[in-house]
Design a protein around this ligand. Structure first.
Ligand SMILES: C[S@@+](CC[C@H](N)C(=O)[O-])C[C@H]1O[C@@H](n2cnc3c(N)ncnc32)[C@H](O)[C@@H]1O
Length: 256
């Protein structure tokens, strides 16, 4: 991933922190020795982990210096490290690996999840949440605008759309052989957005980034205008002018 804009991401902090709360609520641990927040971002998910496990060592890991700087400002007592999840190896004391809204960015994430589980001690928990929204209009429009404009042949734009997540059955077959218990579920949120344009703002902090980062300022504006036009056509305001952003997410808790 290119560097993420922490400020853009945090514009919708309340909504973005709801899924990690829902994930953490199902983690069956009392006093994990070491907790690692994979893809900790600006530290919002790390903060939840520190609150829930005040006696544990909690470490945030991210590849983005911008995100890590924000996370360190937010939680000065916490340890943060820059690393790539694809190659990171957990310490044998890691009782909880928490990955909220990050694994979907790693092309081979199911194999990485299996490798991480295998490296964990018995009873250790791998807790993962990923957006499962590639079939939602807001994500389909990103692909359509990417394929429809003058930027269509740019290799980074061609590679920008996210693949669909594998099915729950595929995760089960891959992970269950290396864990004692597994829980897989979906939640569909309906986030209340202030306007249709707010949907563009939301995705500028996440899945639009790979489309926008290869473009210069003028092309970026054109991309966003074409995208917002499609959003306005598809996401109609409610009686009070607000807009609902339907957002399905997949949750997995696997116990080693
Ligand atoms: C959508 S944010 C999630 C932030 C936070 N965990 C939360 O719950 O809101 C995803 C984060 O994953 C990080 N990331 C993406 N790919 C990564 C990788 N291969 N290794 C480490 N961090 C990665 C990004 O830099 C970004 O901060």
């Amino acid at each position: 991933m290119e560097d993420w804009s922490a400020r853009q991401y945090l514009k919708f902090e309340d909504e973005r922190t709801r899924p990690p709360r829902d994930l953490l609520a199902q983690v069956p641990l009392q006093k994990p020795r070491l907790v690692v927040d994979l893809g900790c971002g600006p530290g919002n998910s790390t903060e939840l982990l520190v609150e829930r496990f005040p006696q544990s060592e909690v470490i945030g890991l991210d590849s983005s210096p911008d995100m890590l700087r924000k996370a360190r400002e937010r939680l000065p007592k916490c340890k943060f490290m820059q690393d790539d999840i694809a190659t990171w190896i957990p310490d044998p004391r890691t009782d909880l690996i928490f990955g909220n809204a990050v694994m979907q960015w790693l092309p081979d994430h199911p194999a990485i999840m299996r490798r991480l589980l295998q490296a964990m001690p018995a009873g250790g928990v791998l807790a993962i949440q990923m957006p499962d929204n590639t079939r939602e209009p807001a994500l389909m429009f990103q692909r359509e605008v990417g394929e429809g404009g003058p930027w269509r042949d740019h290799p980074e734009i061609k590679a920008a759309p996210r693949e669909d997540l594998p099915s729950p059955e595929a995760y089960y077959d891959l992970l269950k052989p290396v864990c004692s218990a597994i829980d897989i579920w979906h939640i569909i949120y309906n986030h209340v957005m202030a306007s249709q344009e707010a949907i563009t703002e939301w995705f500028k902090g996440s899945s639009l980034q790979p489309f926008l980062s290869p473009l210069d300022a003028s092309a970026r504006e054109k991309f966003l205008a074409a995208y917002t036009k499609k959003i306005i056509d598809a996401y109609k305001p409610r009686f009070d002018g607000k807009v609902l952003l339907r957002f399905p997410r997949l949750f997995i808790i696997a116990v080693r």
